[in-house]
Write a protein that binds this ligand. Structure first.
Ligand code: ZN
Length: 203
């Protein structure tokens, strides 16, 4: 099982981090150990002083495939939810400045949180899936699938040009504007179309 993540898939978020809007999807991966168990506590990582949340729509792959066409892309997805791509932003800034890979900032143990799975709804995802994140009961991110620079069918086609998709793989589809810091004691709640998908405390 592998976790694909998309960087800079919302123009406003790319701008807030000072990045250009990409012409091709930015892809990175997290290993299996990055997935936080559903009942497991989340601990602030010891190597960072700037932990950021990034709320994202997450898709679950239901079929093996390679070179998947955009037209057939959604046949490979059966579940969706909201998750957090936790990022050690201070570490990432250092790595980016040196032109180094991002794994130490993005792919560490428990850095991928997912909510409860919902049936995948292709029509809704194409038009309008709203998702949001609350920190201590205040909304900090509010996104919509229609604002993605690369829609999910395009992402699946692009990923599968380079990597086989396998049953159980996850795709984090990028974060909208508002990604920001969290501290020990913060409570994060993720919503998909106003329904709560997860609640986690930073320990
Ligand atoms: Zn992300």
């Amino acid at each position: 099982m592998k976790i694909f993540c998309i960087g800079r898939n919302y123009a406003e978020h790319a701008k807030e981090l000072g990045n250009d809007v990409p012409t091709d999807p930015v892809i990175f991966m997290k290993p299996k150990n990055a997935l936080l168990g559903s009942k497991a506590p989340f601990y602030y990582p010891a190597f960072s002083n700037e932990l950021n949340y990034e709320a994202e729509i997450v898709l679950s792959v239901s079929k093996n495939g390679k070179y998947i066409s955009k037209k057939h892309a959604y046949k490979y997805i059966d579940l969706m939810t909201v998750g957090i791509d936790f990022t050690a932003r201070d570490v990432q800034k250092e790595l980016k400045a040196k032109g180094l890979p991002w794994e130490k900032a993005k792919a560490w143990d428990n850095s991928a949180l997912i909510g409860k799975w919902q049936p995948f709804d292709e029509i809704k995802l194409r038009s309008n899936v709203n998702f949001s994140l609350e920190k201590n009961d205040e909304m900090v991110q509010d996104g919509n699938s229609s604002d993605m620079i690369f829609p999910c069918d395009e992402l699946i086609a692009h990923i599968s040009e380079y990597f086989s998709l396998n049953i159980g793989d996850l795709i984090f589809t990028g974060t909208p504007a508002g990604a920001g810091e969290c501290s020990v004691g913060d409570i994060l709640k993720g919503y998909l179309d106003n329904e709560k998908m997860f609640e986690v405390e930073i320990k």
